[in-house]
Write a protein that binds this ligand. Structure first.
Ligand code: CO8
Length: 258
């Protein structure tokens, strides 16, 4: 397993657990964390033995935003010229599922990173926010778009305009997170959930991820068509035959990944 400067990576069975590790900066997302994370995600996606990833931070902070100290001195020419942080788009192209396990602060780019994952499991200590307006800027890693799709215009607008944070309960009510977990159990529960996913037929998992994401990016009619085509396609796999036979035989499926 590769050694990284800003993250740690471990495998727990078929689950890759990635921990953001810049404790002195509350896991603020700098250019190095992007490089490390993209490398780890590419290795995870390519590893046939791995079925689901969990990304987490520390007890205090999932990530407190993009690294303000790195951005501070930059002007428009540098930001636009380097297409600053465009690399995060690559993160969303990971084909296998990625769960964000969030404890403490998920602010600015941290909230945006959590929302780039396929779903968020929140510790009861989690706090979400897009406070960029307080720095006289805006979200820059998709937050204005993903937050609005996740929680609706009213809450997203209020959060982006005032910078106020949402606690875990409000985030669950609003649909930003799938579940709240006591902080002490967060990692164990996230790995357990990821293990459940990693034990499913891999092609069906990828197809489910792809079609739910299509609901975010297409009109309803196109999304439904996309779903139906992928659904049809799975009937060309061995695992579909095995899955249905296993159901009829009342036994677990034996997946081949083809
Ligand atoms: N960047 C850099 N350093 C940070 C960040 C950050 N986002 N957040 C915290 N730190 C550092 C602090 O500077 C401090 O370092 P030091 O000890 O050297 O002074 C250390 O982490 C601990 O932080 P605090 O002492 O402030 O800890 P508190 O417990 O008092 O407060 C908070 C915790 C409330 C999370 C507070 O640190 C805070 O408000 N942080 C900033 C949150 C924020 O504004 N985030 C948004 C950043 S902008 C952004 O994310 C834009 C995304 C889009 C960019 C994409 C561009 C294309």
């Amino acid at each position: 397993m590769a050694d990284y400067e800003t993250i740690t990576v471990e495998q727990r069975g078929r689950v890759t657990l990635i921990t953001l590790n810049r404790p002195k900066a509350l896991n603020a997302l700098n250019s190095q964390i992007l490089i490390d994370l993209l490398d780890a995600m590419a290795a995870f996606d390519a590893d046939k033995g791995q079925g689901c990833a969990v990304i987490t931070g520390s007890e205090k902070a999932f990530a407190a935003g993009a690294d303000i100290k790195e951005m501070q001195a930059q002007g428009f020419a540098e930001m636009y010229g380097s297409d600053f942080f465009a690399g995060w788009e690559q993160f969303t192209r990971t084909r296998k599922p990625v769960i964000a396990a969030v404890a403490g602060y998920a602010l600015g780019g941290g909230c945006e990173l959590a929302m780039m994952c396929d779903f968020i499991l929140a510790a009861d200590t989690a706090k979400f926010g897009q406070p960029e307006v307080k720095l006289a800027v805006t979200p820059g890693m998709g937050g204005s778009q993903r937050l609005t799709r996740a929680v609706g215009k009213a809450k997203a607008m209020e959060m982006c305009l005032t910078g106020r944070m949402m606690d875990a309960e409000e985030a669950e009510r609003a649909g930003l997170v799938s579940r709240i977990i006591p902080a002490a159990d967060l990692i164990e529960e996230a790995v357990k959930t990821a293990t459940t996913i990693a034990e499913m037929a891999p092609l069906a998992v990828m197809a489910n991820k792809e079609m739910v994401n299509a609901a975010f990016e297409t009109m309803l009619h196109q999304g439904v068509q996309f779903e139906r085509r992928l659904f049809h396609g799975l009937f060309g796999t061995e695992d579909q035959g095995e899955g249905m036979a296993a159901f009829v035989d009342k036994r677990p499926g034996n997946w081949k990944g083809r």
